[in-house]
Ligand binder design. Structure first.
Ligand code: PAF
Length: 289
């Protein structure tokens, strides 16, 4: 049975009281519309920490497009049912004012948290303010829950770097990044997939195929030039009808705002593309087995 709390302050009290009795909290922050990817995080948190809590909050601070915020899928009752079946111990939600009581209906009064250097480029460039919004809510969520470990999906690659930065500056929690869960045709699971019309859902796996093409090229070539790998991804995506926002490479050990121009010794390939009106992102480490 999952305890359900409708206010972050109640979650803070519950976490504090149980922590005093020796409970170690694993934490999975979410924006709801949960799917198997989230549940995999919950199960891992449960295995590793013994007790797991989930937040469900569609954070307006991280949406740079009001239409995107408005149509973001929401299904709190369905989320609670799924979380119960996955062994979640506590789920909490709240309003912006409850998370940031100091704002008193004036969001501009909320102190922004620095998202660090990985907020520059790619998602950061295309979604101004997005990572500041993520860093601001994540720090606040960590303050409420004070977990041992927090679990995030690898699909949001840049977000994982931002969250690690926030945790490093704050002195915890330990950040655990879990592999991307995929549909059988390779499409990365995402709450936004629910918004895809059938014809776009059929085309969307081209994103994963493009990433695999880059990995194949990486494995076969002695020269690992970033522009050439990017061209391979664009060639696959061009056949899909998706509208590509970027298909780019980065050194996973050294984030750079600009695309690297030369050969890489380690690489992660990242794509953002629109399928109809729905924006999808995905990535793949090219140097992993
Ligand atoms: O990945 C998400 O769902 C959100 O960005 C997060 C981490 C819950 C912050 O709102």
């Amino acid at each position: 049975m999952t305890l359900r709390l409708d206010a972050p302050a109640a979650a803070r009290e519950h976490c504090a009281a149980t922590r005093d009795k020796g409970t170690r909290w694993g934490f999975v922050p979410t924006m709801g519309a949960l799917h198997e990817g989230h549940l995999a995080l919950v199960r891992r948190a449960k295995r590793e920490c013994g007790t797991v809590c989930v937040s469900v909050f569609v954070n307006p601070l991280q949406f740079n497009d009001p239409r995107d915020l408005e149509r973001y899928p929401r299904d709190f009752e369905g989320d609670v049912r799924l979380l119960s079946s996955a062994g979640c111990d506590m789920v909490f939600t709240g309003t912006l004012e409850q998370f940031f009581p100091e704002a008193q209906g004036a969001p501009q009064a909320i102190r922004s948290v620095d998202p660090g250097p990985a907020a520059l480029g790619l998602e950061g460039a295309l979604r101004p303010g997005h990572f500041t919004g993520v860093a601001t809510i994540v720090e606040r969520l960590f303050d409420f829950v004070r977990p041992e470990c927090a679990y995030f999906g690898a699909k949001d690659y840049q977000q994982t770097l931002v969250v690690r930065h926030v945790a490093r500056v704050r002195g915890g929690p330990r950040i655990v990044v879990c592999p991307t869960e995929r549909a059988p045709d390779g499409l990365a699971l995402s709450s936004r997939n629910a918004l895809l019309e059938p014809s776009w859902r059929e085309r969307a796996p081209a994103i994963h195929r493009a990433l695999l093409a880059a990995r194949e090229a990486w494995r076969g070539e002695s020269l690992r030039a970033a522009p050439e790998l990017a061209r391979r991804m664009h060639a696959v995506l061009a056949q899909s009808g998706l509208s590509v926002e970027y298909a780019a490479l980065r050194d996973p050990e050294a984030w750079t705002e600009a695309d690297p121009r030369g050969a890489l010794s380690r690489a992660v390939a990242l794509i953002a593309a629109r399928a109809g009106g729905v924006r999808l992102i995905d990535n793949l480490r090219l140097d992993a087995e």
